[in-house]
Design a protein around this ligand. Structure first.
Ligand code: PLP
Length: 411
């Protein structure tokens, strides 16, 4: 347990030790927390055949993928490259659900040839799949249910204006294509967005899925997507997955009875599995006062953690070096030549130049969304497991930045 008297530790390893070994900025993941989040879902959804397809895009480090495979997860991927990472981490092709959006048909063909489970999100690609493969390649359908989910408009993807999925209004068109080519529909899928706390959103999706499923006789599974909220701010609550299970599991079982046989229940959690397990460790480079604001400039920016700027996401910040300092208000900003504000008007124990700060909830969509903007190398990554810190990705160097450049000499 974290105590003010103890140094700030992740998985039992003090952050100061890890920073001494690997420097800052540094991503650190608590492996035990990752596994326990998966187990929370495994334990909640009992009484059905459950498959948890970890949404790899949240954090694709191979060691994390391997850890999750060992704990019983499958994968959800959005690109051939993510699928290849999954294979490198030891997943079988059949464990991997390929859920792309807006990719070329050539990429879907590649996914078929790799033996992945295929999730189709447009009528055009369904038509092409049917024309090429007929009934020989089963596929899942990603439906757009026209549901507005969660409170953050930037991460809602199940509404009528979203690019994702095939509108539920086009169900007759779907059937026309499926019948024309005798396509074997083996799954139905809805994912409505991220940060979803209310079980009702999943129940609304379930009603739409159950209604649609009765007309597809060859289903093996129904996927309810991902999007479980985690708590970001002190006092905030995440999704109550036990409460969801209490509603969804009996509904699912009753549906399977009506359907005539048991189906598998799938989810694709990303954030729920890795968000709280991840921390970004940064150093305060500079304190700067204006007549209006006190800025803390840290040795990172939206090149390493873009969520606050991209999604208005809140990340709790801990001043590890001065936990008992007098509390003051700061704008915590990055070192990138853009307005990269991590936190505005945030109360923190007094920050001094050189202090070590920790961003919480940085495991999901942190490193995986990082870039080299301003020619800054991406951070190293460390996975703590069984009380030991393992370097799982080296900090990038200038060589990494120039590796694929072809230098043309015009002199
Ligand atoms: C199809 C699909 N499934 C699952 C997820 C994971 O969402 P979350 O990380 O909020 O659980 C995403 C995220 O973008 C997604 O697009």
């Amino acid at each position: 347990m974290q105590s003010d008297l103890l140094p700030f530790a992740i998985g039992g390893v003090p952050v100061t030790h890890m920073v001494e070994s690997y420097g800052t900025p540094l991503y650190v993941y608590d492996g035990q927390k990752i596994v326990s989040q998966l187990q929370t879902l495994q334990r909640a959804f009992t009484g059905v055949t459950l498959r948890l397809k970890y949404a790899a895009k949240a954090l694709t480090n191979l060691s994390v993928l391997k850890l999750l495979r060992g704990a019983g997860a499958d994968l959800d991927v959005v690109s051939i490259e993510e699928a290849q990472l999954g294979l490198l981490a030891g997943y079988r092709p059949g464990q991997i659900l390929y859920t792309p959006s807006g990719v070329s048909f050539d990429e879907i063909v590649q996914a078929v040839e790799m033996g992945l489970e295929i999730n189709i999100d447009s009528l055009s690609m369904l038509e092409k799949l049917g024309r090429k493969y007929g009934s020989s390649v089963p596929c899942c359908l990603r439906l757009n249910p026209h549901i507005v989910a969660g409170g953050n408009t930037k991460i809602q993807v199940g509404h009528i204006n979203s690019k994702f999925g095939i509108s539920i209004d086009y169900i007759e068109d779907i059937h026309r294509v499926v019948d024309r080519y005798q396509i074997n529909i083996n799954g139905l899928h809805i994912h409505t967005g991220s940060d979803i706390k209310d079980p009702l959103v999943f129940m609304q999706s379930a009603n739409i899925l159950f209604g649609a499923a009765l007309r597809f006789p060859h289903l093996r599974f129904i996927s309810f997507g991902g999007g479980f909220k985690v708590a970001y701010q002190p006092g905030e609550y995440g999704a109550d997955v036990q409460a969801l299970a209490r509603e969804l599991v009996p509904g699912f079982r009753a549906f399977c009875k009506r359907y005539g046989r048991d189906l598998e229940m799938w989810f694709e959690p990303g954030k729920f599995i890795v968000s709280e397990a991840g921390y970004l460790l940064v150093r305060a480079n500079v304190l700067k006062q204006t007549p209006a604001v006190t800025f803390v400039g840290v040795d990172s920016g939206f090149n390493h953690l873009v969520r606050p700027m991209f999604y208005d996401a809140y990340h709790e910040i801990v001043n590890v070096s001065n936990p008992d300092g007098p509390r003051r208000r700061y704008n915590v900003v990055g070192y990138i030549c853009e307005t990269d504000t991590f936190a505005q008007d945030r109360e923190l124990p007094e920050v001094r130049e050189g202090d070590l700060l920790v961003f919480r909830n940085a495991g999901a969509y942190g490193f995986s969304m990082a870039s080299n903007y301003n020619s800054r190398p991406r951070p190293a990554e460390v996975l703590v497991y069984n009380g030991k810190a393992h370097l799982i990705r080296q900090r990038e160097t200038l060589q990494d930045l120039t590796r694929n450049q072809v230098i043309v000499d015009f002199e």
